[in-house]
Design a protein around this ligand. Structure first.
Ligand code: AMP
Ligand code: MG
Length: 367
């Protein structure tokens, strides 16, 4: 099928911007749209055929449930059996925004949308384009990240075009997603509530509202050998992975840079294309390598080495926003081996490292 690309300026939404997208959604078709976290691939959450189309377009396993997006709190009552007090309080503090809540689903939500579960994941995005699209469609929109299953999530329309063009009806292009990592997921069907996926809203943020909150053990998993099954079905799959083999180096920063240089040089000497994901603080360590094998300027791919400086280690929001785009740049470059520095696991760093570790298939080298 031919995919329509529709540009919408989020700061200047025009009255008929959404008419075609709404028509497609109501007819059971699929529209990829921007949110503040990542781009989503949307379909009518009440339509089991639309959900089936989402799984097919992404190549997503059918037991991996979709998040249902709403545009105002009242829309939640059709989707769930009961609205617990915690959901009301969390929504008052964090909605619209990058928080997804798991609740008991109502009979109206088909099992296809929830991957066969009796619970449903719900989020109210703050992105004006997402909000208007859902509002004008007048239906809740089921939307997973708009990437091909297993690949890094999509933070720009170009990423969506790369993965899904020809497989869906429309892609709305409104530039880059501000946050760049998927929403924090909190399961409210258990006591205490559990964080199933870390995100921009941290455990500390949630503690301002919930007296007691814990991480699902799988979130903190650091090794493939731990026998822990994730409660969010999607978190058990290999995910976010670039095409090249990604290895994370963890330890004292200077030691990390030295170990990466050594590993990279070995590959480079063997003639491979290599990627290094570094930070402002350590990028200077690789100058010798860049001069010899590639470009010292990030984002240029005229050598055997692509060095991407993701920004300062202190700017966690900046790292989060650039992470998936960087992994995709290594793919575009054709990097066969990618070496990444590790980042602090505090605050948003928890979510950054969660995605990076999964992208690396738990391949972490301690130095
Ligand atoms: P995505 O929208 O691609 O970010 O994926 C949605 C994530 O939410 C996946 O990791 C799902 O497993 C998770 N999820 C959605 N619905 C549920 C649910 N009812 N229970 C637990 N996890 C869920
Ligand atoms: Mg996803």
């Amino acid at each position: 099928m031919e995919t329509i690309i529709k540009k919408i300026d989020a700061s200047q939404i025009k009255p008929d911007d959404f008419s075609e997208a709404v028509r497609i959604l109501k007819a059971g078709g699929l529209v990829a749209f921007p949110t503040e976290t990542v781009y989503g691939l949307g379909g009518n959450a009440y339509d089991s055929t639309a959900s089936a189309k989402i799984y097919a377009a992404k190549g997503r396993p059918s037991d991996n449930p979709l998040i249902v997006h709403i545009s105002s709190f009242d829309e939640i009552y059709d989707l769930v059996k009961t609205v617990p007090e915690n959901a009301v309080r969390l929504s008052e503090r964090f909605w619209p925004g990058p928080l997804t809540m798991i609740l008991e689903k109502s009979d109206r939500v088909p099992k296809e949308t929830t991957g066969g579960l009796n619970t449903v994941a719900i989020r109210m995005p703050s992105h004006p384009v997402a909000n208007r699209l859902i509002k004008e469609a007048g239906i809740p929109i089921a939307a997973p990240s708009a990437n091909a299953s297993g690949r890094p999530s999509t933070t720009k329309a170009e990423h969506v075009i790369e993965d899904l063009s020809g497989r869906i009806d429309m892609i709305i292009d409104s530039g880059s997603s501000d946050i760049g990592l998927e929403s924090t997921i909190v399961d409210l069907t258990v006591e205490p509530p559990l964080i199933l996926r870390p995100g921009y809203i941290t455990a500390e943020d949630l503690k301002e509202v919930l007296s007691d909150i814990e991480y699902d053990k799988a979130v903190l998993r650091r090794s493939k050998d731990d026998n822990i099954v994730a409660k969010a079905p999607g978190m058990k799959y290999r995910h976010y992975a670039p095409k090249g083999e990604l290895t994370i180096f963890e330890g004292e920063p200077k030691n990390v840079a030295y170990a990466i240089k050594t590993a990279a040089e070995e590959k480079l000497k063997a003639g491979a294309k290599v990627g290094i994901l570094t930070s402002d603080e350590l990028s200077g360590e690789y100058i010798g390598l860049s001069e010899k094998y590639g470009s010292t300027v990030c984002d240029r791919n005229d050598g055997e080495l692509l060095l991407i400086d993701i920004g300062s280690r202190d700017d966690e929001a900046g790292i989060a926003a650039a992470l998936f785009d960087s992994l995709r740049k290594f793919d575009g470059y054709g990097a066969e081996a990618i070496y990444a520095e590790s980042f602090d696991s505090k605050d948003i760093g928890q979510a950054i490292m969660n995605r990076l570790i999964k992208a690396a298939g738990y391949h972490i080298v301690k130095v």
